[in-house]
Design a protein around this ligand. Structure first.
Ligand code: ADP
Length: 273
């Protein structure tokens, strides 16, 4: 009888120790989340404030300078800074929508070539501003997918902007679209800073930024790739990062299911007339 009581006490004790350890771990995780939130808020404040200083300077110059050539340059600069600011805020809004499951895709039959052209329209200025050369490899045959053109273009544009941002001026960026049976692949390669092997899987996590000595105008919020990852998943695809290491360039690959095989229309898509 006493032995049974002792065993019961022993297991109650063990259970308590287990619970205590678990709550310790939980408290650590909460502390960690709290620290990441603080860091994120600090980064956010910086990133939102950064474009405002040049915009304010620009306004001042426009007021003072009668030279039309300077005025044109200043307006272009202000336009770029505003675009950057709007993009940051849009990404932030999207992240909160994604985490609340509030992003609806407009699914239709689209050609990936059109997605890429739309993305290039957005990202070309960033590629050119970095003085990068750019190669585009598109197949002649359209590659059809069932998806949301604007959202997929956002993904590709994110990859191109990152390639431009994390490659020292005068690098090379290449975008390749290929198809292998049911699978379409969009591959964005750059000759830039690269990513350490142990960071590769983490770059798709929300708020992850690889520590680097970048000047702040090249900063970001660490949400672009997390958003891209989520949007690609919503299209039943996947996204991966590869790099041989720091300084050796990076390759991002988006894989998406092709929808035209055997003339079978995928769910929710009207067959082409
Ligand atoms: P952000 O660019 O705002 O920091 P992202 O989510 O787009 O956030 O990227 C997360 C991190 O992944 C970046 O901070 C950067 O360190 C790394 N990264 C993304 N793209 C590249 C690239 N093409 N080359 C090197 N590093 C990259």
């Amino acid at each position: 009888h006493i032995a049974a009581q002792r065993d019961a006490l022993q297991s109650a004790f063990e259970e308590n120790v287990r619970l205590l350890n678990e709550s310790r771990k939980y408290a650590e995780a909460l502390k960690d989340a709290d620290r990441r939130k603080d860091e994120f808020l600090a980064t956010l404040a910086h990133e939102l404030r950064n474009p405002l200083a040049p915009i304010r300077n620009g306004l001042h110059i426009l007021k003072m300078s009668p030279n039309p050539k300077i005025a044109d340059e200043v307006r272009d600069m202000m336009d770029r800074q505003m675009t950057h600011l709007v993009r940051l805020i849009d990404d932030l809004l999207d992240v909160s929508r994604v985490s609340q499951g509030k992003i609806d895709l407009r699914r239709e039959r689209i050609a990936l070539q059109d997605v890429i052209n739309a993305a290039l329209e957005t990202s070309r200025p960033a590629i050119d501003a970095g003085g990068h050369s750019f190669t585009l490899d598109l197949p002649d045959e359209p590659i059809p997918v069932n998806g949301d053109l604007t959202r997929l273009a956002q993904v590709v544009s994110n990859l191109l902007n990152n390639a431009a941002k994390y490659t020292p001026d005068g690098g090379h960026i290449r975008l390749t679209l290929t198809r292998d049976g049911h699978e379409a692949r969009i591959i964005v390669t750059d000759t830039g800073l690269g990513i350490e092997k142990d960071m590769l899987p983490r770059v798709f996590e929300l708020f992850t930024q690889v520590e680097r000595n970048l000047n702040l105008s090249q900063g970001g919020l660490g949400i672009g790739l997390a958003l891209a990852h989520r949007l690609v998943q919503m299209h039943a695809g996947s996204i991966t990062a590869d790099s041989e290491g720091a300084g050796l360039g990076s390759t991002f690959t988006v894989r998406l299911p092709v929808t035209d095989l055997e003339g079978v229309a995928p769910e929710g898509v009207e067959p082409a007339a």
